[in-house]
Design a protein around this ligand. Sequence first.
Ligand SMILES: Cc1cc2nc3c(=O)[nH]c(=O)nc-3n(C[C@H](O)[C@H](O)[C@H](O)COP(=O)(O)OP(=O)(O)OC[C@H]3O[C@@H](n4cnc5c(N)ncnc54)[C@H](O)[C@@H]3O)c2cc1C
Length: 404
Amino acid sequence: MTTSTHDILIVGAGMAGLTTAIGLAGAGFDVGVIDRMPIEAQHDEAFDGRASAIAFASCNLLKAIGLWSHLEAHAQPILEIRVSDGPSLMHLHFDQAAIGDGPLGNMIENRHLRLALAARLKEVEGITLYAPAAIVDTGTSGTRAYALLEDGRRIDAALMLAVDGRGSQTRARAGIEVTSWSYGQVGIVCAIGHAESHAGIAHERFLPAGPFAILPLTGNRSSLVWTEEARFADTVMALGPRAFQHEVQKRCGDFLGNVEILGGRWCFPLGLQYAHAYTGDRLALVGDAAHAIHPIAGQGLNLGLRDSAALIEVLSDARKAGSDIGAPDVLEAYARWRRADNASLIAVTDILNRLFSNDIAPIRLARDVGIAAVNQIDPLKRFFMEHARGTVGDLPKLLRGEAL
Ligand SMILES: Cc1cc2nc3c(=O)[nH]c(=O)nc-3n(C[C@H](O)[C@H](O)[C@H](O)COP(=O)(O)OP(=O)(O)OC[C@H]3O[C@@H](n4cnc5c(N)ncnc54)[C@H](O)[C@@H]3O)c2cc1C
């Protein structure tokens, strides 16, 4: 049996996994990354219609680890967010000019994020990729965490990170339980081209089935996340191109002029899940493996990037202090740092979705009163904007744009 040895072994080369790997390598760690998929399969230039709102603070992390030069040309700044409640005239308006310190975030197509990660991987030293590779077991032996691969290889490290997504097998093998529930909703995702400019404004419309988000991409294009009741998912996905376009146009209204669907459409079941612990024996959970939330606030990946920034700082400090990076007190420092922030966003997205995904008259009235109140009270508006930018709480240095 051949054994390869690293400081840190990351399971999962998704957006959170590779960002963490690049950040850790930049901090001087020797990192191994395993994924069951070939890396090239994830780095396809074809547009798959998916895009992410990357908060201002998360962009600081991407800048700090050298990804931004690969992304800048593809990033659409979010200058305003407008939230409206169905046909009600009440709406919330968040304008970055009120904060005056750069955009609320950037919309970036997932393919560009992945291509930037692939390009940066070629530039940094200290990362070994094992992909595609099938893991048959993970565990610990003495002061090492290990993964056994189907081809007989053994990879070990002082610390393993489970960044293998919502269905993390690494988490399950460590015996860490999760709480999860389904919202009975799906997120239908596609991109549109339109006649008029979006002017950098993100729109979130609360319709009875759930939020309908129109998110600005570069050029006259936008990304849509159409939340629909799960029981109608097959019907919507089976609509012919003209009928689908008609439904999209109806929901968008006419402020963007005529819209056309660009490329395909995708359907994701929506649910909430959180792990009962963020750490185990020489193990830390990062990203969707630790928490997967409703996309209502576009914060799922942002939470993963915040995990990543906190963990890189904790591990870098531990090494500078001469500590064992897999020691329980080091891992507990990471878990303590991330638990409260993640828990509050899990709760907020859950409550918002329940509050806004219905058409019950008294609830509609209450939320319209709430919207009107937030709109009138500047400190409250500022509070929500700081949350959208990811600039609240005890931020890790990389999210503040500072070196480690
Ligand atoms: C409709 C929708 C819209 C969204 N919009 C936004 C948004 O605007 N902003 C935002 O911040 N977030 C958004 N999100 C959330 C975001 O997409 C996720 O939080 C993010 O992609 C999770 O990344 P991850 O790297 O943690 O996990 P994943 O993307 O799931 O990556 C996991 C990786 O692990 C690998 N893997 C899995 N199992 C194994 C195994 N056994 N062995 C080896 N490798 C394995 C996989 O191949 C994959 O590469 C949205 C989500 C949805 C559904």
